[in-house]
Design a protein around this ligand. Structure first.
Ligand SMILES: [Zn+2]
Length: 394
C-alpha cells in the first residue's frame, strides 16, 4: 500500500482562524465541525432554541463521518481515548503547557503542512493575517475575495465611474502591494455560476448599479447583472496581473445556491476567447458535481481542480472523489485543499485524510494498470504540493 505520510502539503484553499485557547467540548465541536446547522439558523426561522434543541445540534455535528474520523486521529495524536471530552481536555492542556502558537505549529508539522493559501473573506470581520502568520508557523499566501470589496462598494459608493474605479483600484492594490496571490469569488453563493461572458460590457455594470440605486437595494435582476459584470472584470484583472482566479463551485454551507453551483454552468464563460488566458481554480472541484470539473480540466488547458471540502467533509468519499476527478483531469491539474477553518485540528485531520485517500485512489490505479508505482508517487507529490506551488508561484 502506498504511504504519503512523509510528503509535504500545500493547502490550496482554507481560511485563517483566530486563537481560541480553552474551549468547552460543545464549543470546540461547534468550531471544527461541518453541517448540522446552528442555533442562529433555527432562531432566524422563528424556532425556539432550548437545551433539547442544542443537544440535537451537537449530536448532528458529532455524528458525521468526518467528525468521527477527526476524533480518532486526534485521539491517536494525543494518545487519549477517542471521546470528545478526552480529546478537548488534551487539546486544552497542550495549549496551556506549550502555548497556542507552538501547539498549532506542531499539528501542522505533524501532517506535513508547509503552506496555507487562505481566503480571508471568511470569517468576517477579517482575521489579521499578521497575527495568523505568527501563530501557524507555516507559509501563508492569501487570496482576495472580490465579494468583500463589492459589498463595501455597494454600501459606500453610488456613481458608476467611482464604483468602477474603486473596484479596479481595490483589486490592483491587493495584488500589487497587499501581498495577495490571486482572486477568489463566491458568486455561486450569491447569484450563481450561469454568467454570460457578454456581462463584461461596462454598460451592463452601469445600468445594473443605476437600477439598484433607483430601487433602493431591491434591484431584482440588476444585482445579478452587476455581480456578473464584476466577475468578468475580475477575470480581466487576473489576466493583467497573471494570477489565478479561485471560483467556488459545488457545495458549501447551507447558504450556497446548490442548483446554480455546478461547474458545467461556467463552461461558456471559461471558453470565451478573451478569457482563455486566465488560470481558473475550480474550488471544491464542484463536489458533488466533481466529474464535471475533471472533464473541464481535461478539455480546457487553464483549469485546475481543488479537492477541498469533499476532502475532508465528505468523509469516506475522499478516495472516490479523487478517483472520479482523475478519470478525466490530468494529475498536473489537481490540487489538494481542505477548506478548513476555526482551529488547527481540522487542518491536521484533513491533511491526514487527504494523504490516505490519495494513497487508496492511486494504489487502485496501479493495481488496474493505469500507472506505475513511480508515476503514482510523482502524481501524489504534484497533487499535494507541486501543482499549487507552480500555479501560485510560491
Ligand atoms: Zn472556503
Amino acid at each position: 500500500m502506498l504511504d504519503f505520510s512523509d510528503l509535504s502539503v500545500v493547502d490550496v484553499h482554507c481560511h485563517p482562524y483566530i486563537r481560541k485557547e480553552k474551549l468547552s467540548a460543545d464549543d470546540w465541536v461547534a468550531e471544527v465541525s461541518f453541517g448540522g446547522g446552528s442555533a442562529e439558523y433555527l432562531q432566524e426561522g422563528g424556532i425556539e432554541v432550548d437545551d433539547a434543541v442544542l443537544a440535537m445540534l451537537q449530536r448532528l455535528k458529532r455524528d458525521t463521518l468526518y467528525f468521527r474520523y477527526m476524533l480518532r486521529r486526534l485521539a491517536e495524536y494525543f494518545q487519549v481515548e477517542a471521546t470528545v471530552e478526552a480529546v478537548v481536555e488534551a487539546r486544552n492542556r497542550a495549549i496551556a503547557d506549550e502555548g497556542y502558537a507552538v501547539y498549532a505549529q506542531r499539528l501542522h508539522q505533524a501532517s506535513g503542512i508547509e503552506t496555507l493559501i487562505v481566503d480571508d473573506g471568511h470569517p468576517l470581520p477579517q482575521v489579521d493575517l499578521g497575527s495568523f502568520r505568527a501563530e501557524v508557523g507555516v507559509e501563508v499566501a492569501p487570496v482576495f475575495r472580490i465579494e468583500v470589496l463589492i459589498q463595501q462598494l455597494l454600501d459606500e459608493v453610488s456613481s458608476w465611474p467611482e464604483f468602477q474605479r474603486a473596484y479596479d483600484d481595490g483589486i490592483a492594490a491587493a495584488l500589487s502591494d497587499g501581498g495577495y496571490k490571486g482572486l477568489k469569488s463566491i458568486i455561486a453563493y450569491r447569484t450563481g455560476l450561469d454568467i454570460d461572458p457578454r456581462s463584461r460590457s461596462s454598460a451592463q455594470g452601469m445600468i445594473a448599479l443605476e437600477k439598484i440605486r433607483r430601487a433602493r437595494g431591491r434591484g431584482g435582476d440588476a444585482i445579478k447583472n452587476l455581480r456578473d459584470h464584476l466577475f468578468c472584470r475580475a477575470i480581466e484583472r487576473c489576466i493583467e496581473f497573471d494570477v489565478p482566479f479561485q471560483v467556488h463551485t459545488g457545495m458549501g454551507d447551507w447558504e450556497v445556491h446548490l442548483a446554480a453551483c455546478r461547474p458545467a454552468l461556467l463552461m461558456e464563460l471559461l471558453r470565451y476567447p478573451a478569457y482563455r488566458a486566465c488560470k481558473f481554480l475550480l474550488v471544491h472541484t464542484g463536489y458533488p458535481y466533481h466529474a464535471e470539473a475533471g472533464y473541464i480540466a481535461n478539455v480546457l488547458p487553464n483549469i485546475w481542480c481543488d479537492l477541498s471540502e469533499g476532502l475532508p467533509f465528505a468523509g469516506n468519499a475522499g478516495a472516490r472523489i479523487i478517483a472520479e476527478v482523475l478519470e478525466m483531469a490530468p494529475p498536473s491539474r489537481v490540487c489538494y485543499g481542505s477548506d478548513t477553518y476555526g482551529s488547527p485540528e481540522p487542518f491536521y485531520t484533513s491533511a491526514l485524510l487527504g494523504k490516505q485517500a490519495l494513497a487508496q485512489a492511486l494504489q487502485a490505479l496501479i493495481n488496474d494498470g493505469f500507472m506505475s508505482a513511480a508515476q503514482a508517487q510523482e502524481s501524489a507529490k504534484m497533487i499535494l504540493s507541486d501543482n499549487a506551488r507552480e500555479l501560485y508561484g510560491i
